[in-house]
Ligand binder design. Structure first.
Ligand code: ATP
Length: 511
């Protein structure tokens, strides 16, 4: 496909056209950065969630699940630090009245320098042709080096200012760089202010007695406040984990890139409680285990990388992101954090309740340390979907659009077609569905020529198509067609289920 931007546009329109994702409340022109999962999307999302859940909860005897409420006692967010520190630096342009994240304005400005460097590289590539050595060029060309040094300096100045919470310094930097509002083109900026990302709401009927609440900005805190409940009732011994999936809400200022950054999204989090001092061992274990999980889906190991954090959040003593190569570049897909005993200690302090574990081996009480794995379900959806969408040129020169979703995640597993709409073939096809539907999500289609129906299912991501023809009436065999290879096989009706089951074995995928 032409370039990354085109590819991304294609992903978004394909997601809509094939019933995966719609904009929220579209008939009212939509709601910014909020999306609905359509008939296929909801299945793909459910399958990703299940693949994660089983790999966490069923594959580990010491991990159990939880489904905590979205609404929590307001003190939760004081203890977690979200009331005081979960904010982005904002700046308004006085002429356009548009609001921006100050750090994003600076990052975008810095990116322009990288674009200039890229232009130099493209120009040189053209000039030198086959003899072009890119590594040598970028390390010796003064213009490229200059652009990149300037970019790095800009970002490092910004990082220092943000870390020191020097908001007037951030504004001064924006002015010094001569950054203009993309809408009005003016440099007429307000001061930079911190803006909390939590959505507020009210509990209770009357204005006087209502309590101010927040929609949870992460699912993790529901796990921490239930730590002792689960440990006691499940008679869990350290090390053990609690896994949870569910909605989280963030009033993101710059919400863009489709479902990559949404205001309402779903997380899949697991908090693993360990002995103090053993957190680094478990941190490494979860880093490797999570990467293996990603690789198991076959999207290509070259599309993942770790990005270890140098600057750590106040609660962490080690942190890394698993980044994925989205159509717009490598970006965070999952976070793995060693959170120390920060959260449990903070909840102890704010609630006055002890959140400790008596270790029978050490014969002592302690506050466990926590290693967290936290992945956005919607981001995982985007990773799988964008990576799977491919356009192929076939041997006869024609092209086909194929959504190569891992079979275990595909919304529809089997499409069943009668070759033609008469001679009892539709009835027989429907009979086959009656049998398969107990185990699989099956789709029936009798419209258009079979070749066209195959292509529709290719684009829909369906791994298997079964065609019923006149021979089926005689010998109870069908043609089964494989999406990825387009290979066709003649098999007995009674063998369809077994053949499909083989390609969906969780054991085979995960191992
Ligand atoms: P980012 O730096 O992209 O804002 P984050 O570091 O704030 O993400 P975490 O708080 O670590 O994210 O949340 C864990 C995971 O939740 C992320 O790795 C991401 O997959 C997902 N996530 C976070 N914010 C959003 C969002 N606004 N929309 C969709 N997914 C999100």
């Amino acid at each position: 496909m032409a370039n990354n931007e085109d590819q991304f546009k294609k992903v978004i329109s394909h997601a809509k056209e094939y019933g995966y994702i719609f904009g929220s409340s579209e008939i009212y022109d939509g709601l910014s950065a909020v999306y609905d999962y359509a008939q296929n999307g909801v299945e793909l999302k459910k399958n990703i969630r299940e693949y994660w859940w089983k790999s966490m909860v069923y594959m580990h005897q010491n991990i159990v699940g939880l489904d905590a409420a979205i609404l929590m006692h307001p003190k939760t967010w004081k203890a977690s630090g979200h009331v005081d520190a979960f904010s982005d630096p904002l700046i308004d342009n006085k002429d356009s009245k548009k609001r921006y994240r100050a750090d994003v304005l600076i990052e975008d400005h810095a990116e322009k320098l990288e674009n200039k460097a890229q232009k130099e590289i493209t120009k040189a590539k053209k000039r030198f042709g086959d003899s072009f050595n890119e590594t040598e060029f970028v390390t010796t060309n003064t213009r490229v080096i200059g652009y990149r040094e300037k970019k790095a300096e800009m970002l490092s100045t910004m990082a220092h200012l943000l870390e020191a919470e020097d908001l007037s310094g951030v504004k001064a930097l924006i002015e010094e760089l001569g950054i203009v509002c993309p809408v009005s083109g003016s440099k007429n900026w307000t001061d930079v202010k911190q803006f909390n990302l939590m959505f507020g709401t009210k509990l209770g009927a009357s204005a006087e007695t209502a309590t101010d609440l927040y929609l949870r900005p992460e699912t993790a805190q529901g796990i921490f406040v239930n730590f002792l409940n689960v440990q006691k009732t499940g008679r869990m011994r350290i090390p053990f984990g609690i896994a949870q999936t569910g909605k989280a809400f963030r009033n993101e200022i710059v919400a863009r890139q489709f479902i990559f950054r949404m205001r309402e999204f779903e997380q899949m989090e697991m908090q693993f409680f360990v002995r103090p001092g053993q957190e680094m061992k478990w941190y490494d274990y979860w880093k490797q285990t999570r990467l293996k999980w990603h690789h198991s889906l076959g999207l290509g190991p070259e599309n993942y990388r770790f990005h270890d954090h140098e600057k750590l959040a106040h609660y962490a003593n080690a942190a890394t992101d698993i980044e994925f190569k989205f159509p717009f570049g490598f970006k965070e897909l999952e976070g793995i954090h060693s959170r120390t005993d920060f959260d449990l200690k903070a909840h102890e302090a704010h609630s006055g309740k002890k959140l400790q574990f008596f270790d029978p081996e050490l014969k002592e009480n302690y506050t466990p340390y926590v290693v967290e794995t936290s992945i956005g379900l919607d981001r995982m959806f985007l990773a799988v979907f964008s990576n799977s969408l491919q356009e192929e040129t076939l041997q006869d020169g024609s092209t086909r659009t194929v959504l190569r979703l891992p079979a275990i995640l595909a919304p529809v597993k089997i499409a069943v077609f009668p070759l033609i709409k008469r001679d009892g073939l539709p009835e027989l096809a429907k009979q086959i569905i009656e049998d398969l539907k107990w185990d699989y999500n099956v789709f029936y289609d009798e419209k258009d020529a079979v070749g066209k129906r195959y292509r529709r299912q290719d684009a829909n991501g369906t791994p298997f198509c079964v065609t019923v023809d006149h021979q089926t009436l005689e010998d109870k065999t069908v043609t089964i067609r494989h999406r990825d290879t387009m290979e066709q096989q003649r098999i007995a009706i009674s063998d369809i289920s077994g053949l499909v089951a083989k390609s969906l074995s969780m054991k085979d995928w995960l191992q």
